[in-house]
Design a protein around this ligand. Structure first.
Ligand code: HEC
Length: 129
């Protein structure tokens, strides 16, 4: 009887672990610079502000610039990395990112990567607030 209880408890704990969202990342390895960037509150906050003041000047909801509404969860982590690694988007090609330095783009990438789709983890303290 005791054994069954233990097996049940272990099974429950395992299931619980597996069903949890992937924990939020605390670093991102940049393909182009080959540097792993550790997030700090400052760089993420800067990335957030840069995203809002640059990217969101076009990609806001209901805009008339034919730019899709974008927010952190529009893409998964790999998807955001691809946007910045390959710079395949129309805006990256037409010079709309021109004002931004490499470091600023990397910070925007960090912020979007950190908060990408499927990364929110209610059990992770860094995801609170
Ligand atoms: C001057 C306006 C403008 C700015 C600024 C701008 N974009 Fe765009 N972006 C566009 C337009 C127009 C398209 C093409 C239509 C579309 O796919 O949304 C586009 C396309 C994209 C796409 C492809 C959409 C998709 O899901 O496939 C992504 C991703 C993107 N932009 C990200 C960004 C990021 C990140 C920034 C800031 C670094 C940014 N954009 C800044 C106008 C802009």
């Amino acid at each position: 009887m005791k054994k069954i209880a233990i097996v049940l408890i272990c099974g429950f704990l395992l299931l619980n672990l597996l069903s949890r969202a992937e924990a939020s990342p605390i670093k991102r390895c940049d393909k182009t610079t080959k540097i792993c960037r550790i997030f700090t509150h400052e760089t993420l906050w800067d990335g957030y502000k840069l995203f809002r003041s640059n990217c969101k000047s076009c990609h806001y909801r209901g805009n008339k610039k034919h730019a899709k509404f974008l927010y952190t969860e529009s893409k998964v982590r790999k998807g955001w990395n691809r946007v910045f690694d390959e710079k395949y988007t129309r805006c990256a090609k037409d010079g709309s990112w021109g004002k931004l330095t490499k470091e600023q783009l990397a910070r925007i990438n960090d912020y979007l990567f950190k908060n990408a789709a499927d990364t929110y983890d209610p059990y992770d303290a860094t995801d609170c607030g």
